[in-house]
Design a protein around this ligand. Structure first.
Ligand SMILES: Cc1cc2nc3c(=O)[nH]c(=O)nc-3n(C[C@H](O)[C@H](O)[C@H](O)COP(=O)(O)OP(=O)(O)OC[C@H]3O[C@@H](n4cnc5c(N)ncnc54)[C@H](O)[C@@H]3O)c2cc1C
Length: 341
């Protein structure tokens, strides 16, 4: 979108945080996220140090985006202003109320680190450097979700700046109708309601979990996904589990047991340190070539599924299903397997 409205690139705006121009290291660092298939190319980057900086950036540009981890980049910005929330990462925990106030730029690891000394945990996901706010705006289905539900269902309030440059506090008991409506829209409605500068969330009493991965060779066990599906229908709500298909190249550096194999990686997190009993029947049903299941301090839960932590190029899209169709599940290995190597 082009505009005749002056942008921060042409205005002498007054922000606490710095304004970065194309070509500077700070500009490139702020634009580059985890997702490298596309990158923001704004006119300027404003590194916000407080909510007033966010409002100033919004008020001086017609096109604004924000980025934290860059895991969820959908449409890159060309021109306009990228608001970098890296200066807004404070997390305050209230152990008595079991709540946290999380600033808009904080990652889940920032929250985990501050909550763990109190024996508390957020309803975070598998990747620790994903932004707590964008994850929650999208609903947030995480490691403890079958036990406690979506992250969005545990938000008490959002503080944000809307597109008209207004500060708002969206919460269920707000006096203003707009603030009450915004609260429900933001809980799972995704990005677009404004730039959230902080949120107040509930924490849960979880310090240690049982979890990890079972890697199953799909050539040796072609019905592994169906065995996993049948097990998921028998387990208690403490168990959250997923599965992903991976093809490992036959090259040095890949663990020997995975080299050259097409595997189903079954991911498991049990909200109970004594969770082994839930997983025993699955261990019997699946011949794993690699088994990393064990107890984990929840503060290190971001390592549990051995996901890549380095930026790379990919496209991703998420959909929610009411259930798993066994016939469709049976076709999944072929979509990622040998013929695609
Ligand atoms: C490896 C990996 C693992 C994942 N695991 C899970 C999981 O276990 N559970 C789950 O539910 N999801 C998961 N996701 C999805 C992830 O939660 C979303 O993609 C999330 O939006 C990414 O956060 P980010 O900080 O990287 O977002 P970014 O890519 O920086 O931003 C995503 C969107 O949110 C907007 N946004 C960012 N900050 C704010 C803010 N403060 N206010 C308003 N809008 C904002 C951005 O403008 C953008 O549109 C995963 C994604 C990846 C790549």
């Amino acid at each position: 979108m082009s505009s005749t409205v002056p942008t921060v690139a042409t205005m002498n705006i007054d922000t606490q945080g710095p304004v970065h121009q194309p070509g500077s290291d700070e500009y490139e660092h702020a634009c580059a996220g985890y997702q490298r298939a596309a990158t923001h190319r704004p006119d300027v980057v404003v590194t916000a140090h407080d909510a007033t900086d966010v409002r100033t950036a919004i008020a001086n540009s017609t096109q604004v985006a924000t980025q934290i981890g860059g895991h969820g980049l959908a449409a890159p910005l060309t021109g306009g202003t990228l608001v970098d929330l890296g200066g807004l990462r404070t997390v305050d925990v209230d152990p008595a109320r079991r709540t946290a106030r999380v600033e808009g730029g904080a990652s889940w690891q920032d929250v985990l680190d501050v909550a763990a000394p109190h024996g508390l945990a957020p309803l975070s996901g598998s990747a620790p450097y994903v932004g707590a706010v964008p994850y929650t705006l999208g609903g947030g289905f995480g490691l403890l979700s079958r036990r406690y539900g979506y992250a969005a269902d545990h938000v008490r309030a959002f503080e944000l700046v809307t597109g008209d440059g207004r500060f708002r506090r969206a919460e269920p008991g707000a006096a203003d109708d707009v603030d009450r409506e915004l609260f429900w829209a933001l809980r799972g409605g995704g990005a677009g309601g404004g730039v959230v500068t902080a949120m107040e969330i509930d924490l849960v009493e979880v310090a240690v979990v049982y979890g990890g991965c079972l890697y199953v060779d799909l050539e040796a066990a072609p019905d592994a996904l169906d065995r996993w599906r049948r097990w998921t229908s028998t387990v208690a709500d403490d168990v959250t589990s997923g599965v992903t298909m991976l093809v490992f190249p036959d090259v040095p550096g890949v663990p020997d047991e995975l080299r050259g194999r097409h595997v189903a990686q079954v991911q498991i997190c049990v909200a109970d340190p004594d969770g082994e009993r839930h997983v025993a029947p699955l261990r019997e049903a699946l011949p794993a070539v690699r088994d990393t299941l064990g107890t984990w301090p929840f503060v290190r839960s971001g390592e549990m599924f051995e996901e890549p932590d380095h930026p790379h190029a990919y496209r991703s899209r998420a959909v929610s299903l009411r259930g798993i169709d066994p016939d469709a599940l049976a076709t999944l290995p072929d979509t990622s397997g040998a013929s695609r190597r």
